[in-house]
Design a protein around this ligand. Structure first.
Ligand code: GLU
Length: 291
């Protein structure tokens, strides 16, 4: 029997137009898949219904096609698989690792007003400052039943301890974008605190959906931007708890603008569609994407 082919995926969110940073990620996935004799999937990460739009999704297909990329069909849309995410969430709940939090951003800001030394997560947000207290459980259940909005959080201390007890040391294999041996990276999930794992209306979050979908799609190689490297610590905890295999990871360097900022919609980075409209060729886009 021949070995299964490696599976790569590009997983954009249709909450804006793609820019050259996305092109870099997609092109690197394609190049690494080709070099490994692997398959390339496209996954639409559209669980945030308030920000995702069908026209952005259509633009993703158009931009990737323009870059000369091809991927397998059908394309998985995360929003069509919420039942699978909910099943994973139920397993974490059954392990006693999930709790409802009702505090707003404003509550969190006020609680930390006089705490300049309070730790922040790798994305720069303060760690959730209202630790889970066992005696609160009945009160939390009452507020949820009364219809108050809530976020479901992972009790990270317990989750990381149980993940280690089940799966051994929490680490992952990081493979350089140009290939080669790579290195083992030790996960640091406590740096994230009690992350949001689902919300009242949506039974999942980026972290949960990404590990569930990577496993269900048989993804063996995750190639994504270096800005997501720290999040892999959370993903390894979830994989260990849910008994999912750990893919190999490549967190590639990011394209920066003239001021050294990573490209993003929020700083007005020019979209591929706009560059195309200005006459940029796919070859030039590939060159600018550095792949
Ligand atoms: N959907 C995420 C994004 O657009 C990428 C997720 C991933 O590659 O794991 O930033």
């Amino acid at each position: 029997m021949s070995a299964p082919r490696p599976v790569f995926r590009f997983a954009p969110s249709p909450n804006g137009l793609l820019h050259l940073g996305h092109a870099r990620s997609a092109l690197l996935n394609a190049a690494m898949a080709e070099a490994a004799g692997g398959r390339l999937l496209l996954r639409i990460e559209d669980i945030d219904a308030t920000r995702c739009r069908p026209d952005y999704e259509a633009a993703i297909h158009e931009d990737l096609g323009w870059l000369g990329l091809d991927w397998e069909r059908p394309v998985r849309r995360q929003s069509e698989h919420l039942a699978e995410h909910a099943a994973a969430l139920a397993r974490l709940e059954a392990m006693g690792l999930v709790y409802a939090s009702f505090e707003s951003r404003g509550d969190i800001r006020r609680a930390l007003e006089n705490r300049p030394d309070w730790p922040h997560d790798p994305d720069g947000a303060p760690l959730f400052p209202f630790p889970r207290v066992a005696t609160d459980e009945a009160e939390r259940a009452r507020r949820a039943a009364a219809g108050e909005p809530f976020a479901l959080r992972l009790d990270m201390r317990r989750a990381a301890a149980l993940a280690r007890a089940r799966g051994g040391p929490l680490d992952w294999r990081e493979v350089p974008e140009r290939g080669g041996e790579g290195e083992t990276v030790t996960a640091d999930p406590l740096a994230w605190g009690d992350v949001v794992i689902a919300r009242k209306e949506v039974p999942t979050s980026y972290h949960l959906a990404v590990v569930v979908d990577d496993a269900l799609q048989g993804v063996s190689h995750v190639v994504r931007g270096a800005d997501l490297k720290a999040a892999t610590s959370v993903h390894r905890v979830l994989q260990a708890l849910l008994g999912l295999p750990a893919p190999l990871y490549t967190h590639h360097s990011l394209l920066l603008d003239d001021e050294g900022r990573k490209l993003s919609k929020s700083i007005g980075s020019e979209s591929l569609a706009a560059l195309r409209a200005r006459g940029m060729t796919p070859d030039e886009a590939r060159r600018r994407a550095g792949v």
